[in-house]
Design a protein around this ligand. Structure first.
Ligand code: ATP
Ligand code: MG
Length: 283
């Protein structure tokens, strides 16, 4: 039995003329300990897929089976329990700006009911593990993008997930920082035995750390194989196009900076998103 099985997943958003099929008949399996990449152009359905895995978005059809349990069949309170095993990191880090680094990492543990003392001790260990123990008292606004993502990774480790979902987690970072964060993800994959699903539009990310990769185009998986095989012998135009695509990172970074500036002006909205992502709930 696979650790994670996505079976015939479909997602349709309501839209003016008959609904928008963001995902259609998506099926794949991820083995325990694997790093699985899902790659596709903008609008292919990557974020929708990753959000359907933990039901931040409700799939329209299909099943998400984690460790033998079909998450799509669970009631809210059962789902909340299962979600504790699923961590998520994002392009925009989603840190709590009013809390310092240590308190950001403590947040999920406080929600889980740990005492402040216990949470702080564990948070210290996780900050050590991601290499920024010296920033414990800093606020997110004082950190670089790479440092912010390290805090987000420490926070996710604090909830002791078995599965980590990464949605464009390195898209806001420069190439060198990207490599460092990918190396850190590989390290926590091995050290903490966390299975990882990485969503990205960048082939370099897939090549750096993934074992297997699925290519998503218009909501469907059009190609899936080991990373070596897809790089050596891409079988679809979609895969070939992604392989040939110039590095879009510069553009992404610019877009990210503009978005961050905008986000800074909407404090309340941002806070809600942060809480949702930290808790993994959307209610
Ligand atoms: N909440 C929503 N309501 C309606 N349509 C949506 C919603 N979220 C996404 N979509 C649509 O579903 C499709 C897939 O979007 P999604 O965000 O999953 O793509 P993506 O591959 O993550 O793109 P990007 O690389 O730009 O992040 C797009 O056509 C998008 O417009
Ligand atoms: Mg996306």
């Amino acid at each position: 039995m696979a650790f994670l099985e996505i079976r015939d997943l479909g997602k349709e958003y309501p839209s003016g003329n008959g609904g928008l099929k963001a995902l259609q008949h998506v099926s794949f399996t991820v083995e325990e300990g694997e790093i699985f990449g899902i790659i596709g152009l903008s609008g292919a359905g990557k974020s929708t897929l990753v959000r359907c895995i933990n039901r931040l978005e409700e799939p329209s059809e299909g099943a998400v089976i984690l460790n033998g349990k079909d998450l799509t069949k669970l009631k809210r309170n059962e789902l909340r329990q299962e979600r504790q095993h699923i961590g998520m990191i994002f392009q925009h880090f989603h840190l709590l700006m009013q809390r310092n680094v240590l308190d950001n990492v403590c947040f999920p543990m406080e929600i889980a009911g740990l005492s402040k003392k216990e949470a702080r001790a564990k948070a210290g260990q996780y900050l050590e593990a991601v290499g920024i123990a010296d920033k414990a008292k800093s606020y997110p606004s004082m950190l670089s993008g790479g440092q912010k993502q390290r805090v987000a990774i420490a926070r996710v480790l604090a909830s002791e997930p078995k599965l980590l979902l990464c949605d464009e987690a390195t898209s806001a970072l420069d190439p060198q920082t990207t490599r460092q964060i990918l190396a850190l993800l590989k390290e926590i994959n091995q050290k903490y035995k966390i299975t990882i699903v990485i969503i990205t539009h960048a082939m370099s990310v897939v090549q750096e750390i993934c074992d297997k990769v699925a290519v998503l185009e218009n909501g469907r998986i059009v190609e899936m194989d080991t990373v070596d095989e897809v790089f050596r012998n891409p079988k679809t135009n979609a895969a070939r196009r992604l392989l040939l695509m110039p590095d879009m990172q510069e553009k992404e970074i610019e877009k990210n900076e503009a978005e961050q500036e905008k986000a800074g002006q909407t404090g309340m909205e941002e806070r809600n998103e942060q809480t949702e992502s930290v808790r993994g709930t959307e209610e």
